[in-house]
Design a protein around this ligand. Structure first.
Ligand code: DAU
Length: 340
């Protein structure tokens, strides 16, 4: 099988490339990534010389570059390439629309032209909007995205659906909850809090800290996508969640406790505009129909993740000294110390 993985130098994408080469060393994997701020080839050091792995630096919105890649023969496409950070989407929605909507359409056209046998769109539970205190997102929940990020992902998903309905393209859409684990860019909640706590810096918790996310260990996400590639029924959507709903403040306190740091580092700051209150995924469909089960509990996964960040401080300190800083200042500069 020849697999084209887009965004394979990002957090979930790089974990997926490594996972697939472990599970299926005979598969050929082409990783295409534009290497924007969150793409990092260091994530792939362990497999960069694998005989069945190749890397191409290109943007998924580049029609000629995508055509050239697909013309080499591709069986399956897994589209991870995306702008993914909600706070950034509030600052610059245009790049989100370009990559997440236009980029998906360019890939779909190439997949159609070269008759791929499967196109997996890796999406997010954020397209469903927000939950109240009860209920869970199912695959039938209407799409009501609230941020420019989630709206752009919903746009991509609808194009994928349309290419299935209109052209019969063999597609699946997967919608995951919040991932965590090794190689996550330190703008996201867990790695951000780990890195700031280690430096004894204030930990910016938005609003009252009672927003809820449903945490999924990244390797469990990878095993679900592997199943969807092989067993997913064309045209179907599969939700992927870890059954681990936690408040943000619980997450932050867990990080502090594991690192032996005081709760006094927590600083409640102005809320994210349009902040979704609660996400919770119902994974019944993928469990029942494809036999998927997560292997990690939140309690073991968070310990492993914190240990990884402790063991790989060079990886994230290098990131924080560069491009990331500009955005960190934009995001937090005016909010830190701005207690509610
Ligand atoms: C960065 C940051 C975040 N937060 C809050 C906002 C959210 O309620 C929660 C998690 O924030 P983030 O890590 O930015 O993740 P969130 O907005 O939930 O979105 C993530 O999870 C989604 C899946 O649900 C993915 O589609 C997104 O790409 C991914 O970024 O923590 C804080 O309180 N303080 C912070 O500094």
């Amino acid at each position: 099988m020849k697999l084209l993985v887009t965004g394979g130098a990002g957090f979930i994408g790089s974990n997926f490339v490594i996972y697939m080469l472990q599970q299926h060393p005979e598969y050929k994997i082409i990783n295409v990534d534009a290497l924007t701020y969150a793409g990092n080839l260091e994530n792939l050091k362990s497999i960069e010389n694998h005989p069945n792995y190749t890397f191409a630096k290109a943007d998924i919105t580049d029609v000629q570059a995508m055509d050239a890649l697909f013309s080499q023969g591709v069986d399956v496409v897994v589209n991870f390439a995306a702008e993914s950070h909600v706070d950034r989407s509030i600052l610059e929605p245009d790049v989100f629309v370009k990559t997440n909507v236009l980029g998906t359409q360019v890939l779909l056209d190439a997949a159609k032209k070269y008759n791929v046998t499967k196109f997996v769109q890796v999406s997010t539970d954020e397209v469903y909007g927000t939950l109240g205190a009860t209920g869970l997102f199912t695959e039938e929940t209407p799409l009501t995205p609230n941020s420019p990020y989630s709206a752009s992902k919903a746009g991509g998903d609808l194009l994928v659906r349309a290419y299935h309905e209109t052209f019969g393209l063999p597609v699946n859409i997967t919608r995951c909850s919040n991932n965590y684990g090794p190689y996550q860019f330190p703008e996201k909640l867990i790695p951000l809090m780990i890195s700031r706590a280690l430096a004894d810096q204030a930990l910016p918790v938005y609003g009252d800290g009672m927003n809820i996310r449903d945490w999924l260990y990244v390797e469990d996400h990878c095993s679900a996508i592997d199943l969807v590639i092989h067993e997913g029924v064309n045209g179907e959507v599969y939700n992927i969640g870890g059954n681990n709903e936690r408040t943000n403040v619980h997450i932050v306190k867990t990080v502090l406790q594991e690192l032996g740091k005081p709760d006094s580092l927590i600083t409640y700051v102005q809320d994210r505009p349009g902040h979704d209150r609660r996400y919770g995924i119902d994974p019944t469909k993928i469990t029942r129909e494809l036999g998927w089960k997560p292997k990690h509990t939140f309690e073991t996964g968070i310990k492993e993740t914190i240990q990884w960040y402790l063991d790989n401080q060079e990886w994230w300190t290098r990131i924080q000294s560069g491009e990331y800083q500009k955005y960190a200042e934009l995001q937090y500069g005016s909010r830190l110390g701005d207690s509610l």
